[in-house]
Design a protein around this ligand. Structure first.
Ligand code: ARG
Length: 430
């Protein structure tokens, strides 16, 4: 039996095709669906559409369903199409006619919107927690290894001295930029769509400010059509944030694979964190970072997928929007698992502290030597030529000293300032 049943049941094949993965994916929305309903019925009572005693028993029943959902025991029964139908069914089973009253002034269209806003708001907070853990790990490693030099490359050619302090710290600061997108998505998600009903509001005198407060939203999506149009836009904002994080993580995973390669030998991991080969007995492969790189590359296609799914939809609700769940739900889980795994692996990273003693890295210091001559009074272009000729004649011998002091350089990482930036963004997610 459907919520929208009016004397006939749809064909089984039609039902299966249209319900899709909702019965499984909607389980993640159950807790939020109940919270949305609680706010909605409190508001209905305040405008006279429910009696106080009806509100009381409905709230008790909803509280029980919420506890079931929080325990992970909420189920969508065979033949029930989504979380919204299941909750209403549970209420009518327990309370009879009172259960049928809760849907006044709302539609599943704004119901699912509110569920998604609440869900994505929580997911973004969860992502932020994972980002913070990785950020702190990277900062710690950067501070610990601030004096350990490594080659810096341009065009993948030996360029200038870099350090593990810079490398780890670079990814930490990069995460701060990604968090700006997480924060933007959070602000988009943190607006109340409830009351937009099917997408055009209701003739009941709904108090939308009241549900906004009850659900702890920062603001309303005032225009009911805009509220409905935020389906897809919100998911896309979240996807951009996830893609930004994935691009940072994916790049780092690539660096790790490269630096673990024997030709570099800059870093290593304990044996038990590497993987083997079925034929080559010596192998200790970086599969974790390869899988991470692959997953992060895939995650960067999520905004595109969402754009294509929603590209030619005119305003208003369309069932296509249901498929957004198939795309964004796994993405939020995947990014957290990658952030987690990266943190776990970095906890065990081993750094080679004697990389630059090899002569193949001597040229890293040419600029350092040019600058030394220039500081001694020689015009820069002459100093450049002087060192260039030494290299050309095969006579160059580096002094192997680095004197970087400006902000953000090897000798002055400014990690405290970077932490400060991160704290400011994190603070705004509260
Ligand atoms: N499962 C649906 C979705 O996610 C719920 C809303 C259904 N609304 C409708 N008009 N058929 O979009």
């Amino acid at each position: 039996m459907k919520l929208w049943s009016k004397g006939f049941e749809p064909d089984k094949l039609i039902e299966e095709f249209t319900v899709g993965r909702d019965r499984e994916l909607d389980l993640r929305l159950a807790k939020y669906d109940v919270e949305g309903s609680m706010a909605h019925i409190r508001m209905l009572e305040s405008i006279g559409l429910l009696e106080a005693d009806e509100l009381k028993i409905l709230l008790e029943a909803l509280e029980d369903i919420k506890v079931t959902a929080e325990r992970g025991e909420f189920l969508i029964e065979e033949g029930i199409e989504d979380v919204h139908s299941q909750v209403e069914l549970m209420l009518t089973r327990r309370l009879g006619d009172v259960g049928k009253k809760i849907h006044s002034g709302r539609s599943r269209n704004d119901q699912v919107l509110v569920d998604l806003k609440l869900f994505l708001r929580d997911e973004l907070k969860n992502i932020a927690d994972h980002v913070l853990a990785l950020f702190e790990r990277l900062q710690k490693l950067s501070n610990e290894h601030s004096a350990v030099l490594m080659p810096g490359y341009t065009h993948l050619q030996v360029a200038m001295p870099s350090s593990f302090g810079l490398w780890f710290g670079a990814y930490a600061e990069s995460l701060v930029d990604d968090m700006q997108l997480v924060l933007a998505a959070y602000n988009v998600a943190n607006q109340n769509p409830l009351g937009s009903a099917a997408g055009y509001g209701s003739s009941f005198p709904l108090n939308r400010r009241m549900t906004t407060e009850l659900l702890n939203f920062n603001n309303l999506h005032f225009n009911v059509v805009a509220a409905q149009m935020s389906r897809g836009k919100t998911e896309r904002a979240v996807a951009y944030a996830i893609a930004a994080l994935a691009s940072t993580l994916g790049k780092m995973a690539m660096d790790v694979c490269l630096f673990m390669c024997q030709n570099f030998g800059f870093i290593s991991f304990p044996d038990e964190l590497t993987t083997g080969s079925s034929i080559m007995p010596h192998k200790k492969n970086p599969d974790v970072f390869e899988i991470m790189r692959g997953k992060c590359n895939r995650l960067q296609s999520v905004p595109n997928e969402i754009s294509l799914l929603t590209a030619n939809l005119p305003l208003g609700y369309h069932r296509d929007l249901q498929l957004l769940k198939d795309i964004i739900f796994p993405a939020t889980t995947e990014i957290c698992s990658c952030l987690d795994m990266c943190d776990f692996m970095l906890q065990n990273i081993r750094v080679n502290s004697d990389i630059l003693s090899e002569s193949r890295y001597d040229y890293l210091f040419t600029v350092e030597d040019v600058n030394r001559l220039a500081l001694g009074g020689m015009p820069f272009r002459d100093a450049y030529r002087e060192v260039g000729m030494q290299v050309q004649r095969g006579e160059y011998s580096p002094t192997k000293e680095v004197h970087h002091t400006h902000e953000g350089s090897i000798g002055n990482l400014c990690n405290a300032e970077i932490s400060e930036k991160m704290n400011r963004v994190m603070e705004m997610m509260k």
